[in-house]
Design a binder for this molecule. Structure first.
Ligand code: NCD
Length: 311
């Protein structure tokens, strides 16, 4: 059997993964979801996932750990830098080197852009970027794309609105790069001060049809998907700037009334007040499903990285 292209591979940026490989993860996710528990535990038995999280996380860390458990493996890690020697001043480099000794795959979340690329250079085992500054969050984009395929049956031809903090939200960047493999129309909706960063817009603007907006209203009736993001308070250099833009957009039942009846509302979560809880019980809300798909997709990705001869 041919060696699978994810075997032993680092996942730093969605840009390192071509469309064919992305679709390989999606089809393996489908396959794995139909495996029996015993078949799954063949894929990671005795293997260890090491998570190194310098920033808070609920879904990313827990879904990776749940995914590893479903494959028969185990997890250990740092979920709070304050409870590790990072608090004593230990460097990222030493922390990664040590985690590399105790595990078979490292998942890293760190506030600096470039942190995962740096970690790969130090680690013998594969490193997965679980969020690097406001740069990227590649596995979130993979699960976002997988969610779109499962819920909409296609990606091509969709009108996708991305709304909120497009400047600091790393999930937005990875998703945009991933969507650039498809034929979609993108509407970027944000306050002027939170517009997408210019260098990334340049990168994707030849591959995607993109329009920028400051209000949702006009474009709302055209959208098939609204990808809502949290204003990334922790990344603002000046909190006054945050105060000026917080609560800029709220998706509630009134907004849904003006949208397509089958519009899908996505969010990488955590959700603050940008999606009203009244939306949760509508069929349009797919953000909890999205989090569930995340565990399946991450299990598939871990299985592919750990096992040479599966596809
Ligand atoms: C996101 C992140 O950490 O970038 N969360 C996640 O992983 N689902 C989004 C956010 O924190 O707003």
């Amino acid at each position: 059997m041919q060696r699978n292209s994810f075997y032993n591979r680092d996942i730093v940026s969605i840009k390192d993964i071509d469309k064919q490989d992305l679709e390989r993860v999606f089809s393996y996710t489908d396959k794995l979801r139909n495996f029996t528990p015993n078949e799954k535990t063949e894929l990671g038995r005795g293997r260890v996932l090491g998570s190194v999280f310098y920033e808070p996380s609920t879904r990313t860390r827990m879904s990776f750990e749940a995914a590893m458990a479903s494959l028969g493996g185990s997890s250990l890690g740092i979920s709070d830098p304050k409870s590790s020697s990072i608090e004593k001043g230990e460097s990222l480099a030493d922390t990664i080197r040590i985690m590399d000794l105790y595990s078979d795959i490292v998942v890293l979340r760190h506030p600096l852009d470039g942190s995962s690329r740096f970690a790969c250079e130090l680690s013998r085992n594969p490193v997965i970027n679980g969020g690097s500054g406001s740069e990227e969050h590649p596995t979130q984009a993979m699960l976002d794309l997988y969610t779109i395929i499962k819920e909409k049956r296609r990606i091509d031809g969709l009108n996708i609105g991305m709304i909120g903090d497009l400047k600091y939200g790393r999930t937005v960047y990875s998703l945009l790069y991933g969507l650039s493999y498809y034929d979609v129309k993108i509407h970027l909706i944000s306050p002027v001060s939170l517009k997408i960063r210019m260098e990334s817009l340049y990168e994707v603007k030849n591959k995607l049809r993109i329009q920028e907006h400051t209000t949702l209203e006009d474009i709302l009736p055209k959208l098939d998907i609204i990808y809502v993001t949290r204003i990334q308070r922790e990344r603002f250099p000046d909190l006054q700037e945050y105060e000026n833009v917080k609560g800029s957009y709220v998706i509630d039942i009134e907004v849904l009334k003006k949208a397509k009846s089958d519009v899908s509302i996505m969010h990488p979560m955590p959700r603050m007040d940008e999606i009203s809880q009244s939306v949760d019980n509508t069929t349009n809300a797919i953000y909890f499903k999205q989090a569930a798909y995340g565990k399946d997709l991450r299990a598939a990705l871990l299985a592919l990285i750990l096992n040479e001869n599966i596809s």
